[in-house]
Design a protein around this ligand. Structure first.
Ligand SMILES: Nc1ncnc2c1ncn2[C@@H]1O[C@H](COP(=O)(O)OP(=O)(O)OP(=O)(O)O)[C@@H](O)[C@H]1O
Ligand SMILES: [Mg+2]
Length: 541
C-alpha cells in the first residue's frame, strides 16, 4: 500500500512538473504507462465534434507512428469510451465485438485498459493502455492506480489549460500592442499587415499565415498582401477568387471557418503550396459581417493538434482588431498622399502663376529690346542673340507647362475642384500676364452640369485664349463668359488689335480640335479692333 502511495505521489508530482498543457499531457501518458506497467499508452483528447482531436502516445517510436498513418478518430473501442466514459478492462481487445481492428503496420496489442479523463466534471479525453508487460491482463489494481492518476491529472490539465490561456492572452495583448505601435508610428499599411500576420502566427502557434484583402479593382478576388511560413513564398500580390476557398467562406460569412484537416477538405486553402502541408486551418475575417475587408488564414502542419477554441477566439478578436488598425494605417497613408498631392498642387500653381508669368514678362521686354536693336544696323548680331533668347524662353515656358501637367494629379485620384473655382483661378492667374484682371461672368449650374472631361477642356481653352490675349492682342479689357445650359459656351472677348488675316494658327487649331472632339464648334471673330472667341460644345442629357 505504501508502495502504491509512493508510486502515485511520484506520478502526480511528475505530471504537474511543467506548466504547459502539451508537456503535461505527454507526462500523463508516460506516467500512466509506468504505473500500470503497460507497453503502450495513449491519450486521446476529445474535440468539439465528439471525436478524437488529438492523440498522444507513449511506447511507439517516431517510425512506428509514421508507419501506422493517421491517428484514430474514435471508432471501435476507443469510441466506446467516449460514448460511455467508464473504465474498461479487457484481456484481449481483438476478441471484443466492438473492436474495429488495427490498420496495417500497427503493432499487435492484446490486453486493454481504458480510463476516462474528466476536467471540471466534463469528459476531456481518455487514457488507453495496452499490452500489460509480462503478458496477461491489467488487474483491478492497475485500474485503480490509473483512475487515481487520472483524477490527479485532471487538476494538472486544468492548471495547464489556465496557464496556456493566460500565456495566450498575454501574447495576444503584446501582439495588439505591437500593431498599435506600428500604426501610431505611421508605418505604411504593408508593414502593418506583415505585423498582423506574424503576430497571428505567434499567437496561434501556427506554421503558416496568409493575409489577403479584397483586390482593389476586382472585388470578387482576394489579393494576398502578406504571407509567412514554408510554402508561401511568392504568394504576395497573387489573386484568388472569392469562391471555393476557406478564406472566401470566412469572408462571405463574416465569421471564422475552422477545419481539423485542410488537406482532405474539398475547399481550397488560399494557396498554401503544396496544400498538403496544412492540416489544421483557421480562416478569420478582418472586420465584422457585412464590412469585412479581408481574411487572415493560419495553418498548422499536417498531423499537428487542431487550433483549440480559445486560440480561435483569440485570433478572431485579433483579426477584428487588426482590421481597425489596418483601416487606420490606410487612412493615414491616404492623408499623407493627399498632403503630397496638395503640395504638388501648390508647386504647380506657383510655377504657373509666378514662374511662367515672370518668364512671359521677361520675354515681352526682351522682344521690345530686340525690335529696337533691329532698327540699328550696327546691332544685327545682338538682335539675333536677343531673338534666340526669346525663343529659348518660349521653350522654357513650354517645358514648365509640361512639368506642371506632370505635377497635377491625374483625373479621378483625388477630390476634384469644381469648374467654377478652376475658371476663377485661371482668370486670376492670367491677370499677371495681362496686367489687369479680366471680367468673369458665369451663368447656369456650371459645376453640376459640366462633366469632368469637358471641364478639363474648358480650363485648357480659357488658358490658351487668355494667353493669346496677353501675348498678341495688346488689349485694355477682356471679358470671359461661361454659360451652361443645353450647350456650354465659353466666350472670351478683348478690345485688342485683332487677329491678322495671315495669322498661322497653332493654339487656336488645338482649340478647334477640342471642340470638334466633343461635337462642338469654335468661332473666332476678329473685328479689328477686338477679337471674340467662342467655344461651344453640347451637354448630354
Ligand atoms: N486675342 C488675339 N488678339 C490678337 N491676335 C491674336 C489673338 N489670338 C490670336 N492671335 C493671332 O493669331 C495667331 C494664332 O494664334 P494661335 O493661338 O493659334 O497661335 P500662337 O498663339 O501664335 O501659338 P501658340 O498658341 O502655339 O503659343 C497668333 O500668332 C496671333 O497673331
Ligand atoms: Mg496661342
Amino acid at each position: 500500500m505504501t508502495d502504491d502511495v509512493d508510486v502515485l505521489l511520484e506520478a502526480v508530482l511528475s505530471v504537474g512538473r511543467g506548466p504547459e498543457l502539451e508537456g503535461t499531457l505527454h507526462r500523463v501518458v508516460q506516467t500512466a504507462a509506468d504505473v500500470a506497467d503497460a507497453r503502450y499508452a495513449a491519450l486521446g483528447i476529445i474535440g468539439e465534434d465528439g471525436r478524437i482531436a488529438q492523440f498522444l502516445t507513449a511506447g511507439l517510436s517516431e517510425e512506428e507512428i509514421r508507419a501506422i498513418g493517421p491517428y484514430p478518430r474514435g471508432r471501435g473501442l476507443l469510441g466506446e469510451l467516449i460514448r460511455h466514459p467508464v473504465p474498461l478492462r479487457l484481456p484481449d481487445m481483438s476478441a471484443d465485438p466492438r473492436s474495429v481492428g488495427f490498420p496495417a503496420h500497427h503493432p499487435p496489442m492484446r490486453s486493454f485498459l481504458g480510463v476516462p479523463l474528466q476536467v471540471h466534471g466534463r469528459p476531456f479525453g481518455n487514457l488507453y493502455l495496452t499490452d500489460k508487460r509480462g503478458g496477461g491482463e491489467f488487474s483491478p489494481h492497475d485500474q485503480r492506480l490509473v483512475e487515481a492518476l487520472a483524477s490527479a491529472a485532471s487538476v494538472a490539465v486544468e492548471n495547464s489549460r489556465l496557464y496556456d490561456e493566460a500565456t495566450l492572452r498575454e501574447r495576444w495583448a503584446r501582439g495588439n500592442d505591437e500593431i498599435s505601435r506600428r500604426v501610431l508610428e505611421g508605418d505604411p499599411p504593408e508593414l502593418v499587415l506583415d505585423a498582423v500576420a506574424q503576430e497571428a502566427m505567434q499567437v496561434a502557434g501556427a506554421d503558416v499565415a496568409v493575409l489577403a484583402t479584397v483586390a482593389v479593382d476586382q472585388d470578387d478576388h482576394l489579393q494576398v498582401r502578406s504571407a509567412h511560413g514554408p510554402g508561401t513564398e511568392g504568394l504576395v500580390g497573387t489573386l484568388a477568387p472569392l469562391e471555393g476557398t476557406f478564406a472566401a467562406e470566412a469572408y462571405a460569412a463574416g465569421r471564422p471557418v475552422v477545419t481539423h484537416d485542410a488537406a482532405s477538405d474539398r475547399r481550397q486553402t488560399i494557396s498554401f503550396n503544396p496544400p498538403s502541408v496544412v492540416g489544421p486551418l483557421a480562416a478569420l475575417p478582418l472586420g465584422g459581417p457585412g464590412r469585412t475587408s479581408g481574411v487572415l488564414t493560419v495553418g498548422r502542419r499536417l498531423g499537428t493538434p487542431p487550433f483549440p477554441r480559445v486560440v480561435i477566439d483569440a485570433l478572431a478578436a485579433f483579426a477584428a482588431q487588426a482590421a481597425v488598425a489596418l483601416e487606420l494605417a490606410e487612412r493615414r497613408h491616404d492623408a499623407e498622399r493627399l498632403a503630397v498631392v496638395r503640395d504638388r498642387d501648390r508647386i504647380a500653381r506657383d510655377l504657373h502663376d509666378l514662374a511662367i508669368q515672370r518668364l512671359y514678362a521677361t520675354g515681352l521686354s526682351l522682344e521690345g529690346v530686340g525690335r529696337r536693336l533691329q532698327d540699328r544696323s550696327d546691332a544685327t548680331a545682338d538682335a539675333e542673340r536677343v531673338g534666340r533668347a526669346v525663343t529659348d524662353l518660349d521653350e522654357t515656358i513650354s517645358l514648365i507647362r509640361t512639368t506642371i501637367r506632370g505635377l497635377q494629379p491625374s483625373t479621378g485620384t483625388v477630390r476634384r475642384v469644381g469648374l467654377r473655382a478652376r475658371l476663377v483661378a485661371e482668370v486670376d492667374a492670367a491677370s499677371h500676364a495681362l496686367g489687369f484682371t479680366p471680367a468673369l461672368h458665369m451663368a447656369g449650374p456650371v459645376d453640376t452640369l459640366v462633366p469632368p472631361p469637358t471641364a478639363d477642356h474648358l480650363v485648357a481653352v480659357l488658358r490658351e485664349a487668355l494667353s493669346n490675349v496677353a501675348r498678341h492682342a495688346g488689349a485694355q479689357r477682356v471679358g470671359v463668359e461661361l454659360v451652361a445650359g443645353d450647350d456650354v459656351v465659353l466666350t472670351v472677348s478683348d478690345d485688342g488689335r485683332g487677329i491678322p488675316a495671315d495669322a498661322r494658327r497653332s493654339g487656336l487649331a488645338n482649340l478647334e480640335r477640342r471642340a470638334l472632339e466633343l461635337g462642338g464648334t469654335l468661332t473666332v471673330a476678329s473685328a479689328r479692333p477686338g477679337t471674340t472667341l467662342c467655344w461651344r460644345v453640347p451637354l448630354d442629357g
